[in-house]
Design a protein around this ligand. Structure first.
Ligand code: NAP
Length: 289
């Protein structure tokens, strides 16, 4: 059966001409990231959302590199990177300025310039997510905000001299930045700071043609997610309440990351974009009739 666009093209109306254009250009739209170099920061294993985005970048032809925190993750990330062309795999604790300086100096020597950064990093001490938010200690607050939000600012500062016009940064956030999600506590506050930082960084870097956006993902099973108290209940709740009646896959998160790093999103910056089966649009759930 012919599509609506195909039926329209049969006429000589202006709608037919527009539809003809749409059909022609649709065949040509694709995401080609070949020749672009993207650093993905914060991969633990094949379940990491950083790896999900990296996978889509690689499929679109990009050259990727990785950073990981500490020796413990070296083997796992090197294993993932095996067989990839021109793929630096570097250690980097984002709370240590010297490590950030070393990573971007090494990338400058190896790649010369950068077209994208994926920031897939977050941490809060578990004690801070077990009890009440009101009991958060100053030390836990500083740790959560430093690792999960300030690190994006520090990375942007170190990366700026290497970033080409048209480059993009993408970070990962969660709905608890906007609304109360029980147990998320100080991590929700860190995600609010992260999303605000996305807007300020977009303003600072925009004149150089560098974009900064956040992917707000629904719950996906990863190491970090499973460490959140009550994560499996959150996971089930989304499938129950979201308009799509299911959770989101790693690949769907990866696709949004790819889009925000690619020229297809060239007019979008400072934005938090959701991939959560529509969960965040819901205001209330009623019992089934
Ligand atoms: P993940 O695989 O555990 O990735 C988190 C990464 O952050 C880990 O590699 C972790 O390393 C790294 N990290 C923590 N502290 C660091 C530091 N000081 N320096 C460098 N790296 C550090 O979990 P993920 O779920 O993919 O998390 C990626 C991002 O997605 C996070 O920002 C998370 O909040 C966000 N997100 C996740 C979900 C979800 O449901 N999974 C939903 C929305 C947003 P270690 O393993 O050594 O700690």
């Amino acid at each position: 059966m012919p599509s609506r666009a195909e039926k329209l093209t049969r006429g000589r109306t202006s709608a037919g001409i527009v539809a003809q254009l749409l059909l022609t250009s649709a065949a040509m739209v694709g995401i080609d990231m070949s020749g672009r170099r993207v650093l993905v920061m914060g991969v633990t294993n094949k379940h990491s959302l950083g790896w999900a985005i990296a996978g889509r970048l690689i499929a679109a032809g990009a050259t990727v590199g990785f950073t990981y925190q500490g020796e413990r993750l070296k083997g796992s990330v090197e294993g993932l990177a095996e067989g990839l062309d021109d793929c630096p795999v570097l250690p980097c604790d984002v709370t240590v300025e010297e490590e950030l300086s070393r990573v971007f100096a090494e990338l400058g020597e190896r790649w010369g310039s950068l077209d994208g950064i994926v920031h897939a990093i977050a941490f809060a001490p578990r004690e801070a997510m077990l009890g009440r938010y009101v009991d958060t200690t100053s030390a836990d607050w500083v740790t959560a905000l430093t690792v999960s939000a300030y690190s994006l600012v520090a990375i942007a500062r170190h990366a700026e001299p290497l970033m080409n016009e048209g480059a993009a940064m993408v970070t990962l956030t969660y709905y608890a930045a906007e609304k109360v999600v029980p147990k998320y506590n100080v991590m929700g506050v860190a995600k609010s700071a992260l999303e605000a930082s996305v807007r300020y960084l977009a303003y600072d870097l925009g004149p150089k043609g560098i974009r900064v956006n956040a992917v707000s993902a629904g719950p996906v099973k990863t190491v970090a997610a499973r460490s959140i108290p009550g994560f499996m209940a959150m996971y089930a709740k989304v499938a129950e309440m979201a308009p799509l009646q299911r959770g989101v896959s790693h690949e769907e998160v990866g696709n949004l990351g790819l889009y925000l790093l690619s020229p297809l999103s060239s007019g979008t910056t400072g934005e938090t974009v959701y991939v959560d089966s529509g969960y965040h649009v819901m205001g209330m759930q009623l019992p089934e009739e």
